[in-house]
Design a protein around this ligand. Structure first.
Ligand code: GLU
Length: 291
């Protein structure tokens, strides 16, 4: 029987807080109770915001918490060539297109469209990309790229929908991972999402599906804040012929004000808690995961 494989995949663009501790410890607990594997993956494709110091802080915090993971740790910034190969496939199949509009141009386009009041928004609240430059002739695209115009590769959601049928993912109903339900993937709610940047041949979504596949991740256990992102990732798996892991999106640890924790909250940061004298057991209690 193949072992269940879990992963904790932080981004070193800030310090870990209680929400990360919960996610990491829950993955560890599930790997232990099922006799499965636990991987740690450093999601550092944003080379401007991710730093070696923040990465070192993540290792320090996780070791302090008593986490144990397999080595070598996969660091996404070392695998840009793998993501570029997948992107090339999507480009070749005309499932992505170069999108040239800046944020300001998107706003202006929507304001001038006469449909601003009804313009659709994605699950994070951002206006969907207008997609007007999907109609640009190939020669014009090439000219702009050759001239160094900034652009991102966006998924042509209409073309992608034609390529795939109705997609679902399997979601566990609670932390015990005993039963699953089928959730309809709704990638279309995101419109033409960014799949790669001009200078970085990937995005969060592409790197996650590539790595989950290459690392044999069978169980993706992460916060509810990424629930809707799963729809896009499920579609990418389908388009690229990658396996679909099972998911559990866990509750989020909220701050004292009832809001989602952010990396800038110093009072719930793990290193701040440690310096204030908290123990790993205190952290477990705080996130409701006592052993
Ligand atoms: N790197 C992402 C984050 O820190 C998590 C990605 C995932 O678990 O799929 O929010």
């Amino acid at each position: 029987m193949t072992l269940l494989t879990f992963r904790f995949a932080p981004s070193p663009n800030g310090a870990l807080h209680l929400g990360h501790a919960y996610s990491a410890l829950l993955n560890q607990k599930l790997a232990r109770t099922t006799g499965g594997r636990l991987l740690l993956r450093i999601e550092d494709i944003d080379t401007a915001r991710c730093t070696p110091e923040l990465e070192a802080g993540i290792f320090q915090d996780l070791e302090w918490l008593g986490m144990e993971w397999e080595t070598p740790v996969r660091r996404q910034s070392e695998h840009f060539a793998d993501y570029a190969a997948l992107l090339d496939r999507l480009v070749g199949e005309e499932l992505v297109y170069p999108a040239f509009m800046s944020r300001g141009e998107i706003r202006a386009f929507i304001a001038d469209s006469g449909k601003a009041a009804d313009w659709p928004h994605d699950p994070d609240g951002a206006a969907l990309y207008p997609g007007a430059d999907k109609a640009l002739p190939v020669r014009e695209r090439k000219r702009r790229i050759a001239e160094g115009a900034p652009f991102s590769w966006r998924l042509d959601m209409e073309a992608a929908a034609r390529a795939g049928q109705r997609l679902c993912w399997m979601e566990f109903t609670d932390e015990t991972l005993t039963s699953v339900r089928e959730v309809e993937a709704r990638p279309q709610d995101w419109g033409d999402v960014v799949i790669a940047r001009r200078d970085v041949p990937t995005s969060y979504h592409l790197a996650v599906v590539a790595d989950d596949a290459v690392q044999g991740v069978s169980h993706v256990v992460r916060g509810l804040d990424l629930y809707h992102a799963t729809g896009v990732q499920r579609l990418l798996q389908e388009l690229l012929g990658l396996p679909a892991p099972r998911h559990f999106h866990h509750r989020l640890i909220l701050g004292p004000d009832g809001r989602k924790l952010s990396k800038s909250f110093s009072d719930t940061g793990l290193s701040a808690l440690r310096e204030a004298g908290a123990t790993p057991d205190d952290v477990r209690r705080m996130v409701g995961l006592e052993l």
